[in-house]
Design a protein around this ligand. Structure first.
Ligand code: NAD
Ligand code: TYD
Length: 350
């Protein structure tokens, strides 16, 4: 059966890299990108594939169950890779309900649409849910997140993603839907919306604006280049065992303050500034409420069982990322105009 894959959230940061990888690598598949184009969705992320014969776009909100049914029947969808979500922890703290609506209800709507469309042949189709390591909570005493680590979400964002993961597993158990889940650590790279730490700092360093570091900057994240995550999603989609979970990570832990300093150093070099110029922009600000201390992934299972591993060293990926932002001023101008200004003022200046 020819694969006609529905990728949700394909106009966002990670989704756009997944769409581009699938459209370019698998001309024999049909790829349907479904996205509501919220503040985080941007068709400019997909310029490379917009005219491709195996690519189509549907502007649909996953909160709209009827519209989802229509997309499944119009495109005879055979498989789903689900990335659409509200994704920013800070926004989840000020508006948790938006995260319930999209991440929980939206995911259940999508599961229902798939179940209805695939009927008696559920075992011939795959529902792949893309999730986060934040569902495991916060590490305080060393150690790593394993696939068997109990869920312990701490923010409204991670609680909503944990709920959606549980629903996917419940559909596998109850209705025998063929599902797979991956939980990945923090991504960085081109097309990352500048509300998240790395692109926000790149944009602010460029414009000589303050770099807001929450608390003391001691919190630790594991970082993975977005194209390596897209490669992992390709691997799990094609080789993952149904019913399984795969942790995806970069084997690359950094304290926030060290990342911000690295960005300052590299951008001083690239912009021809005196060494130390950008570091003066670092500003310690009020900590995030309930700020998770450390995320660290043990990605041995995907490495051993599916032969995936990150291809880029962090400093190499950071160079590529900074260069992309410096070369794509139009993209930055578009995404930082309008509502971004309001968000920034409300979150950082009030
Ligand atoms: P993003 O915020 O950049 O993009 C989300 C996309 O989903 C946008 O294109 C947006 O328009 C779309 N969307 C939002 N609400 C929608 C709705 N109701 N209906 C349809 N489309 C909607 O997010 P991202 O960083 O690309 O993350 C993608 C997925 O990967 C999410 O599920 C996220 O939880 C997961 N994830 C992200 C990271 C990370 O570091 N960014 C790490 C692990 C997992
Ligand atoms: P973020 O990029 O929002 O990802 P997540 O919260 O999903 O890990 O934040 C990464 C880390 O950077 C996190 O510990 C919070 C911190 N941070 C700041 O210190 N300042 C900021 O302005 C932002 C957005 C994040």
């Amino acid at each position: 059966m020819k694969k006609r894959i529905l990728i949700t959230g394909g106009a966002g940061f990670i989704g756009s890299h997944v769409v581009k990888l699938f459209v370019e690598k698998y001309p024999e598949y049909s790829i349907v990108n479904l996205d509501a184009l919220t503040y985080a969705g941007n068709l400019e992320n997909l310029k490379e594939v917009e005219g491709a014969p195996n690519y189509q776009f549907e502007k649909v909100d996953i909160q709209d169950a009827e519209a989802l049914d229509a997309v499944f029947s119009k495109h005879k969808i055979t498989d789903v890779i689900h990335l659409a979500a509200e994704s920013h922890v800070d926004r989840s703290i000020s508006d948790p309900l938006a995260f319930v609506k999209t991440n929980v209800i939206g995911t259940v709507n999508l599961l229902n649409a798939a179940k209805k469309a695939w009927g008696e042949e559920l075992d011939q189709h795959l529902f792949y849910h893309v999730s986060t390591d934040e569902v495991y909570g916060s590490l305080h005493d060393g150690g790593f997140f394993l696939e068997t680590t109990p869920y312990d979400p701490q923010s409204p964002y991670s609680a909503s993603k944990a709920a959606s993961d549980h629903f996917v597993r419940a559909y596998a158990n109850t209705y025998k839907m063929k599902t797979v889940i991956s939980n990945c650590s923090n991504n960085y790279g081109p097309n990352h919306f500048p509300e998240k730490l790395i692109p926000l700092c790149i944009n602010n360093i460029k414009n000589m604006r303050p770099l807001p570091v929450y608390g003391k900057g001691e919190n630790v994240r594991d970082w993975l280049f977005v194209k390596d995550h897209a490669r992992a999603i390709d691997t799990v989609f094609h080789k993952g065992k149904p019913g399984e979970t795969y942790n995806i990570g970069g084997f690359n832990e950094w304290k926030n303050i060290d990342i911000v300093r690295l960005l300052c150093k590299k951008m001083d070099e690239k912009l021809g500034r005196e060494p130390g110029t950008s570091e003066q922009l670092i500003t310690f600000v009020k900590d995030r409420a309930g700020h998770d201390l450390r995320y660290a992934i043990d990605a041995t299972k995907i490495q051993k069982e599916l032969s995936w591993e990150p291809s880029l060293q962090f400093e190499e990926g950071i160079d590529l990322t900074i260069d992309w932002y410096l070369q794509n001023q139009d993209w930055l101008d578009h995404v930082t105009s309008g509502s971004y200004q309001d968000y920034y003022r409300e979150h950082y200046e009030s």
